[in-house]
Design a protein around this ligand. Sequence first.
Ligand SMILES: Cc1ncc(COP(=O)(O)O)c(C=O)c1O
Length: 409
Amino acid sequence: MKKYVSRRAVATKRSAIRELLKLTEEPDIISFAGGLPAPETFPHHELAEIAADELREHHENVLQYGLTEGSLTLRRAVVEWLQPLGLRLSVDQILVTTASQQGLDLVSKAFLDPDDVIFCEAPTYLAALQTFSSYQAERIGISMDEDGMNLDILEQQIAVARQEGKTLKAIYVIPDFQNPTGITMSLEKRGRLLEIARREELLVIEDSPYSQLRFAGEMIPAIWSLDTDGRVITLMTFSKVLSAGLRLGVLFASDSELMDVLVRMKQVSDLCTSKLTQHMAARYINEYGMDEHLRMVRACYRKKRDMMIAALERYMPQNEGITWTHPDGGLFIWVCLPDEIDTGKMFPRAIENRVAYVTGSEFYPNGGGKNAMRLSFSLNSEAKIDEGIRRLAKVVREELAAKRVGVSA
Ligand SMILES: Cc1ncc(COP(=O)(O)O)c(C=O)c1O
């Protein structure tokens, strides 16, 4: 049957995270693997009331097809919500998506031909890498500093790729509380990234699922708000701020030609996003307001981050060169173990000890991250975070001891 499979499908590998998520179904495993939002943050009573009312009173509208661009009600609500936060938008610069994963697919479908180059952070969001490769694009990973992508390396890599005669299209970044590292790109780097993109005539794909989840430090303007020539396309999603199950996101493009292409790509993907979910989100924003809700969500994640960092400090072996990031928002902490430890090889031992993480190498487009792992602090209770890190530290300690025996043997 292989002969029927397209080159695109062959290039698309199964997501390791999706496979790992299956483990979370085993009740005694404490999984820090999936980047799932905390269910206690879902405003389910309010959404239930809105949904019931929409279905009772407006069923002719919400059970019908809608505009490909998205419902005006939702786009207006998004403009009003984000305007005070410094994201200046007009309704026609917004395309509603079936969450950001579709945004990534549309952007890839619209702008990436086979062998085109897209630069991204290394490490970066695994499913973005999968999407780019499903369009047979070449993904070039650029290593990260504490304040985001290393732009000197980006410039070098752009020069190398140009010399090799490649077609360069875009730079993909997750500037706020990045998945998987939790790192935030500095304002200075956002400006410089945009200058590079302008000079090199590249699009910037700014993926921002976590920007509204800052629970410490100062807000940094989105790259979108620094853009003057319409080369930035920004993706936002309701997944981590309202509900992942609504499958709802918004894509911003200020250039009308780019927007037109994206709308056409969405048309062939799914005609339109569910009107019911769009109206649920719009009415939630209009009737309850995102500000108060987000205060609760941020407080929830802040507590969980604090608990995970405290547990790492308490349980992880000291003076072994183990490091972890201190994110100011989002859902993830990135842990680097000594070079001799391979978190992939360590994984079965972690499962034996009923704890799970995502191995660092999954997030690298061109290799690397063997000694790293991503921990998500969003899903588990504080007590489970503590217990899970205790288990993980035990596994790490045993792994370090085994390496030492191996070396001295
Ligand atoms: C960086 C990034 N982009 C996009 C997504 C996709 O999210 P969704 O499709 O739920 O909006 C995620 C989900 O974890 C993510 O971390």
